[in-house]
Design a protein around this ligand. Structure first.
Ligand SMILES: [Zn+2]
Length: 87
């Protein structure tokens, strides 16, 4: 973002909404790298850093299952909060 988040003609107050597949703009390899990095961020939120003994030393199926479970738990929590606050 060229405005550094201050707001400009290309964004709304430093934010933009993704409305089509990002592969068109940055390619599938970069999308995969970003998705992998975001997965590591989700593990870090739960205290598993990508260091020795951390998330990268866990089996792939366990990492994928944790990520699946946490994402669904987060979605359920968001739905419950939306219902509670009338979003
Ligand atoms: Zn901008």
């Amino acid at each position: 973002m060229s405005c550094g988040g201050a707001g400009c003609d290309d964004c709304q107050d430093g934010r933009w909404k993704l409305t089509e597949c990002p592969v068109v703009y940055i390619g599938s390899a970069m999308v995969r790298r970003i998705a992998d990095a975001l997965k590591l961020v989700r593990f870090a939120r739960h205290g598993l850093l990508p260091v020795g003994g951390g998330v990268l030393n866990q089996t792939i199926w366990f990492r994928d299952f944790c990520d699946f479970a946490w994402r669904h738990q987060d979605a359920i929590k968001a739905e419950q909060q939306a219902a509670a606050y009338g979003y």
